[in-house]
Design a protein around this ligand. Structure first.
Ligand SMILES: Cc1cc2nc3c(=O)[nH]c(=O)nc-3n(C[C@H](O)[C@H](O)[C@H](O)COP(=O)(O)OP(=O)(O)OC[C@H]3O[C@@H](n4cnc5c(N)ncnc54)[C@H](O)[C@@H]3O)c2cc1C
Length: 474
């Protein structure tokens, strides 16, 4: 055994762990980084990057068949699925050097390519190494949750770990789970020529505001994806040599649907099983490691960040956590996590994005709120591009401070950054109404929504005065 005594030991070289290691090394702090799988973690290898590359290919195919409104004759896209997957692979390969062992070693990080586990409260082992660091950061991410469906152990199924290395197009892909991952992959596969069925026990895209998800769901259904909501999978069985039969049950009763491939996209489970957390006195539950709002675990030497910390599971959250922990470890600045400033986006077409409080949450915490809306159809740029489906919905407090913003429509994932800044800086509708957006852009939609605050609030006293007048003299 070789004993290492760095200042910081990071476990997991995904979005969170890499950011901590790079920042620590940049400040000359001795850091060891342990990774048991591929450098770059889920986001680069099995998550964000391959899924967005596949979505981009699907979009390209879709555009070819949908030019008629512009006067461009539709052409049927000839999809070569193997080459589509080569595009996905090439995209990962183009980004991979940024996350590589070579780059991190050059930055001054000692990278150990082994599985890490705690030996005791202050020691981690990894292969032939024993690491006794001043502080540990657990950034081990999450894995696909495989639900206990009868028959699943006998049926071949895909998860996000395996679907991006498929080289043959599934003829009928059945997806269990209608969350963002399931719905993004459903639409992308449909556009690449697969028949797709999604089975969701509750509502599809149920974590977002139904007023906004309605736009994406309508479009995905129009494009030919069968989305079965409030439908339970009761059993799966083999059909033929490689196919699958899925037994489902909804309010109308039980039936089966047959597919060529099965994708499980039914949630995530934290990667904690290999860590021996109990030996280090680190508490955890099924959502992940228990952390304070400063991301500290029960063991004060140890922090946990990203997916494994059991909160919002996004790459930018892992990056945000990394920033907070670096500040605490390097500069003793004890910043707390603020979930209300964290945006998220779902990359369906149209996209859905959100930051801050939803209407429902705002009603719980504030006595009087305003809901401001502006549709894409009232925006000139959206008209020129024929992307008129969608809506911006803002939630403000009584004084017009922006509490939340949700967008469904083209470029929602880009446009939400503006509102993330507005909320993090505690801006109000006056600030948004006062800035100038270039014309014609879709960002004007948000400005128009903000301006409705004034038309609403100036109208209200007039209405109230009218009601008072009528009560007295009417
Ligand atoms: C299909 C899909 C699409 C997604 N799309 C998006 C998106 O568009 N935008 C977005 O923001 N997020 C997206 N996500 C989520 C995003 O991938 C994760 O939130 C992000 O990767 C979390 O980063 P992390 O650092 O916590 O963990 P990870 O990136 O998963 O890294 C954890 C690393 O730890 C390693 N590890 C685990 N246990 C050990 C151990 N005991 N010893 C050593 N190493 C260990 C793992 O091998 C892994 O490399 C998507 C996820 C999926 C599955």
């Amino acid at each position: 055994m070789t004993l290492l005594t760095p200042d910081i030991c990071v476990i997991g070289a995904g979005s969170g762990g890499l950011s901590v290691a790079a920042a620590a090394a940049a400040f000359g702090v001795p850091v060891v980084l342990i990774e048991r799988g591929k450098m770059g973690g889920d986001c680069l290898n099995y998550g964000c990057v391959p899924s967005k590359a596949l979505i981009a290919a699907g979009k390209q195919a879709h555009l070819m068949g949908n030019g008629a409104a512009f006067g461009i004759a539709p052409a049927e896209a000839e999809v070569n699925f193997r080459q589509v997957m080569q595009h996905v692979e090439a995209t990962i390969a183009a980004i991979a050097p940024n996350d590589s062992v070579e780059r991190f070693t050059a930055l001054g990080v000692q990278v150990i390519q082994e599985e890490a586990r705690f030996k005791d409260a202050r020691t981690v082992t990894a292969g032939d190494y024993e690491i006794r660091a001043r502080r540990f950061v657990i950034a081990t991410g999450s894995s696909p949750l495989v639900p206990p469906i009868p028959g699943l152990e006998d049926v071949p199924f895909l998860t996000n770990d395996t679907i991006f290395s498929q080289t043959r197009r599934p003829s009928h892909l059945i997806i269990i789970g209608g969350g963002p991952i399931g719905m993004e992959l459903a639409q992308a596969h449909r556009r690449l020529g697969c028949k797709v069925t999604v089975v969701e026990a509750l509502s599809a895209l149920g974590k977002d505001d139904p007023e906004l998800t309605a736009f994406a769901l309508a479009r995905i259904r129009e494009e030919g994806v069968t989305v079965l909501e409030h439908t339970k999978v009761t059993q799966v069985s083999k059909r033929g040599r490689t196919g699958v039969r899925v037994h489902i049950e909804d309010a109308d009763g039980a039936r089966t649907t047959d597919g060529s491939h099965l994708l499980i996209a039914a949630g995530r489970t934290p990667n904690i099983e290999a860590l021996d957390l109990d030996r280090a006195g680190i508490t955890h539950d099924r959502r992940g490691i228990t952390v304070s709002d400063k991301l500290r675990t029960k063991n004060r030497r140890v922090y946990a960040i990203g997916d494994v910390a059991g909160g919002l599971q996004f790459t930018h959250v892992a990056g945000y956590h990394a920033g907070l922990v670096v500040r605490a470890l390097l500069f003793r600045l004890n910043a707390r996590e603020n979930r209300t400033i964290i945006p998220w986006a779902t990359y369906t077409d149209p996209e859905i994005a959100h930051v801050g409080l939803s209407e429902e949450e705002a009603r719980k915490h504030h006595r009087r709120i305003s809901i401001l809306r502006w549709p894409y159809s009232e925006n000139d740029r959206a008209q020129t591009e024929r992307k008129t489906e969608g809506l911006i919905k803002l939630v403000t407090d009584r004084k017009g401070r922006i509490l939340g913003a949700s967008i469904a429509g083209a470029n929602a994932s880009e446009m939400i950054s503006f509102w993330a800044l507005a909320i993090s800086q505690k801006l109000g509708v006056r600030d948004v109404a006062g800035y100038i957006a270039p014309y014609p852009t879709m960002t004007e939609i948000g400005k128009r929504a903000a301006i409705t605050y004034f038309t609403e609030t100036t109208r209200k006293p007039l209405v109230r005065a009218l009601v008072r007048f009528l009560r007295r003299f009417g």
